[in-house]
Write a protein that binds this ligand. Sequence first.
Ligand SMILES: NC(=O)c1ccc[n+]([C@@H]2O[C@H](COP(=O)([O-])OP(=O)(O)OC[C@H]3O[C@@H](n4cnc5c(N)ncnc54)[C@H](O)[C@@H]3O)[C@@H](O)[C@H]2O)c1
Length: 437
Amino acid sequence: MHIAVVGTGYVGIPTGVCLAELGNDVICVDRDTARIENLKNGKMPIYEPGLEELLLKNVRAGRLSFTSVLDYAIEESEIIFVAVGTPQADNGEADMSQVLSVAADIGRNLRDYKIIINKSTVPVGSGELVSKTIREHAIDKSISFDVVSNPEFLREGSAVSDTLKPERIIIGSDSTAAAERIMQLYKPLKAPVLITDLRTAEMIKYASNSFLATKISFINAIANLCETIGADVATVARGMGLDPRIGPLFLNAGLGYGGSCFPKDVKALMSTAERNGVSLAMLREVERVNAYQRELFISKIKEELGVLSGKVIGVLGLAFKPNTDDMREAPSVPVLNALIADGAVVSAYDPMAFESASTMIAGLIRADSPYEAAVDADVLLVLTEWSEFLELDFSKLKGRMHKPVIIDGRNIYDVERMSDYGFRYISMGRPCNGLPV
Ligand SMILES: NC(=O)c1ccc[n+]([C@@H]2O[C@H](COP(=O)([O-])OP(=O)(O)OC[C@H]3O[C@@H](n4cnc5c(N)ncnc54)[C@H](O)[C@@H]3O)[C@@H](O)[C@H]2O)c1
C-alpha cells in the first residue's frame, strides 16, 4: 500500500519504519525541515533502540523516504497516518491545532479517495472534527474520504517491538470498508484487532492511559503508607501482582509517572468529563499523588543533607524512563531544578538524555559515567531505572563519593545488598537500611 505518515516524532518514525518493514511504500513527512534533512542523511532525531538499523534497511530497500512537502506526500498516498503532536493546551485540553492544520492540508490536496488515520492521541469527537475540516477545505467536494481512529499504544524504549508485535490493534471507523482496508494493512502482524466506532476508539486510548496512571498513583499512595507503618511496598506489590486480576506491571513505587503522554492524557480526559458534566474526580487524586511523590523525594534529600547550599549531589538518570532520550515531563526536571535553586551542585549522568535535560535544568553539570557523577557526592540519586545502573562496581562508586548515601527514586536496588556494600540506602516505600553515614 502507498502510505504517508505525517509527523516524524516518537510515534511517527516507528510507525513509518515498521509499515515499510511490512512491505509498504511509506513517505514520512514533517514540517521541521532540519529534521527531514537529518532523516534523509540517516541521522536519527530521537533515540529508540533498534529503530535506526530498521530505518536504514528500509531506506536502502527503497520502501521508505522523507519529505517536508506535505502536498506531495498526500498526493502519492492512499492512506495518510496523522502522528503529529497533541500537547496540553492552557485549559488542560488537548491542543488540536497540529492535527487540524494537517486535516486542512489534506482537504486542500484531496484529488482522489483517501483514508486518513488518526494515530495522534485526540479527544473523543476529534475524528468527526477532522472529517469536517477536510470537507471544509476540499476544493472538489465530490471526492470521498474516510477517517479512522487507530490509537497508538507503543511505549518509548520498546517502540519497534511494540509496533511489530502489538498486543492489540484498535480500529475505529464509521466506514466498514475503511476499517477492513486498515485491517488488511495490519494483517501481517497477527495481532488481536478490535473494530469500533470512531468515538469508542478515541476513548479506549484515554481510558487506557488514565488507568495505567491510576495504577502508578495507587501503588505510590500505598508506598507512603508502607513507609509510615514499616512495611515494604516492593514486596506488597509482588504479592498483589501475583493475582492475575491485578497483574505485576505498573506497580513500581517511586517518583511517579511522567513523559509526553500520561500527564497530558489524564488532564485531557478530566477536561472531556468536565465539559460533559461527568465527574472523574478520582483522576484529580491520581494527579495529586503523582505531584506529591516529587515533593516527598525532595524532602527525603533535605532531611538527609540539611542545608543544600554547597552540597554535591550526583544523579543517575534524567530521562522520564529508561531507553529513551525523551525528557518531556520527566520527574528529574522539577526535582533537580528545586535542588539547584537551593544551592546544591548537581552532576548527572544519563546514557541518552543529558543534552535535552541541560536545556531544561540550568546549571546541571554533565557526568560521562555513573562514577563521574559520584565524585565527591554527599548523596547519589537514582532518577531513571536504566538497566546499566544495576551492574555498577559499587565499591568503586562508593570510593568516589564524599558520603556513601544513595536515595533511590525508582527502587532499583535491593536494600540488603546496599547494606552489604556499605551504603546508607533510602528508597520509596521501603524501610531505610539504617546504616549511619
Ligand atoms: N510518544 C509516545 O510514546 C506516544 C505514544 C502513544 C501516542 N502518542 C501520541 O502520538 C502523537 C505524537 O506524539 P510524539 O511523541 O510522536 O510527538 P512528537 O512531538 O515527538 O512529534 C510530532 C512531530 O509532528 C511534527 N508536526 C507537527 N505539525 C506538523 C504538520 N502540520 N505537518 C508535518 N509535521 C508536523 C512535528 O514537527 C514533530 O516532529 C501525540 O498525540 C501523542 O500523544 C505518543
